[in-house]
Design a protein around this ligand. Structure first.
Ligand SMILES: *Cc1c(COP(=O)(O)O)cnc(C)c1O
Length: 486
């Protein structure tokens, strides 16, 4: 199982990532005509979260809960021990977490944000500051719910879309020291490092950087929390990009990373399987601070609000995370996706990260003002002309300030997620082809405005409308160029 990622060279022509798995269960996809896609957009308020899968061809919305499961995971689900308490399935999960993440104490939760809820409630007091490399939507919401504030301390060039910096997820250590000095160590709850920084394009941090953060934590006596939801792929990119760890196994790299943190939490929907999450630590006093919150918000301590079958799938998935031939699949497809678009002059985040291909909407739609949501508009336009569903990661995913003014996001991205072992290369090529057409016709894309805006996490449920008739014009141009093609 602990196989290395094989290097496959092609005799002639391009090197392409080859699938190291075969498909044995399939799910039918629907590619409906563009006229229906326009209706679907109208019904869904131009928000891709509001589309039905019967209207979606390639679902690149997210990698959350959408990675393909393995035969071994499905087999393990059959041996579930669904006792309310004392379940042996949970014992197997505990052992897997200890073997792979190196942490003895495990609290199961129903998904990643539930871990954020529990950690925030247990540790954050009103007025506290939480320094981090960068926020994720749900962690920001939970920190704010508990009266905390965040400080984002990425390196200066992390938000440059085109870059050769292999570790754009690194924290700037000088900024971290300055932040602690400014706010006072007593007001800092913990320092949070997010593996494969989701919102800036799935960009990894290095172990060197994590160790530097640890030195500061030790110097000031501050706890280090690792969001390990995208840990496996961050570890794979460390192996690819950090000289010191070139010869190490993914298992070693993962354990090194988790070993540096006091508290590790994860969304199992991304890390291991399709449901669940967890919080783990070797420090009993930290575990005890959170323990009582699990039965209150999640479920009993041996199932954490998810089905016991999923607990089994998590345990097997935990071991599969260290299989390099599996963990390399999504990053290698993403690399192909990003580099092909880049070679055609289409603005994408480089170097390629994890999770998906990220299109730079601020540049793609430079004619759309940021308060008309260029990334949301691009997500809607791309769905319209391709049936491919991506996700806006820009100002719509941001929040308003206390006065109700828009906080413009640092970056406007259309994320096209590439979950593990789900898509074929010809499907990626289809997405590339349609994106190339859209880029040539980008001036036809217009802005969006909110017509229904919920106060919290508005990007999930919000409804928008185009600021002009641009979707109709885009559809007309598609018909002229593609004839009766879907
Ligand atoms: C998805 C994600 C979460 C939240 O996990 P859910 O299971 O979707 O609640 C938290 N942190 C990061 C980095 C993520 O990518």
């Amino acid at each position: 199982m602990n196989q290395q990622s094989p290097v496959i060279h092609f005799y002639k022509g391009e090197n392409i990532p080859v699938e190291l798995h075969k498909t044995r269960i399939v799910q039918k996809l629907f590619l409906v005509p563009i006229e229906r896609r326009l209706e679907a957009l109208r019904e869904g308020g131009y928000n891709t979260f509001q589309l039905q899968t019967t209207d979606v061809f390639l679902d690149m919305l997210t990698d959350s809960g959408t990675n393909a499961m393995s035969d071994n995971q499905l087999a393990a689900m059959m041996q579930a021990d669904d006792a309310y308490a004392g379940s042996q399935s949970f014992v197997r999960l505990q052992k897997a977490v200890e073997d792979i993440l190196g942490k003895k104490y495990l609290l199961p939760v129903h998904q990643g944000r539930a871990a954020e809820n529990v950690i925030s409630r247990a540790f954050i007091k009103p007025g506290n500051i939480i320094p981090m490399n960068y926020h994720f939507t749900t962690v920001l919401a939970h920190i704010m719910e508990n009266g905390g504030k965040i400080e984002e301390l990425l390196c200066d060039d992390a938000l440059e879309m085109k870059s050769s910096n292999p570790f754009k997820g690194n924290m700037d250590i000088q900024k971290l020291e300055a932040c602690i000095q400014k706010n006072g160590v007593e007001n800092i709850t913990f320092i949070r490092m997010e593996a494969s920084t989701n919102l800036i394009g799935g960009q990894p941090f290095s172990i060197k950087n994590l160790l530097e953060v640890r030195v500061i934590c030790d110097k000031y006596g501050i706890m280090l929390v690792l969001d390990a939801s995208l840990l496996g792929e961050n570890a794979y990119l460390i192996k690819q990009r950090e000289e010191t760890f070139k010869e190490n196994s993914i298992a070693d790299i993962i354990k090194t990373m988790t070993g540096i943190a006091d508290l590790v939490y994860f969304s199992a929907r991304k890390l291991t399987s399709s449901r669940g999450g967890g919080i783990c630590t070797n420090r009993k006093e930290l575990y005890q601070k959170m323990e009582a919150l699990i039965p209150l918000f999640e479920g009993f301590l041996t199932y954490g609000g998810i089905s016991i079958r999923e607990v089994e799938a998590m345990a097997v998935g935990m071991y599969e995370t260290i299989d390099e031939s599996m963990i390399c699949q999504s990053p290698n497809f993403i690399k192909y996706f990003v580099e092909t678009l880049d070679s055609k002059g289409i603005p994408v985040v480089t170097p390629p990260g994890v999770l998906g291909c990220h299109v730079d909407a601020m540049s793609f739609c430079s004619h759309i003002p940021q308060n008309e949501y260029p990334a949301g508009a691009l997500a809607a336009a791309f769905y319209l002309i391709s049936g491919v569903r991506g996700m806006e990661r820009g100002t719509i995913s941001s929040v308003r300030d206390e006065k109700g003014d828009e906080i413009l996001a640092d970056v406007e991205l259309l994320r096209l997620a590439v979950p593990r072992r789900v898509f074929t290369l010809s499907q990626i090529k289809y997405a590339v082809d349609r994106m190339e057409w859209l880029y040539e016709n980008r001036k036809l894309i217009g802005g969006l405005k909110f017509i229904y805006e919920p106060p919290v996490l508005r990007f999930f449920m919000g409804k928008l409308a185009p600021t002009s008739d641009w979707p109709l014009e885009l559809m007309a141009k598609f018909r002229r160029d593609f004839g009766d093609s879907l």
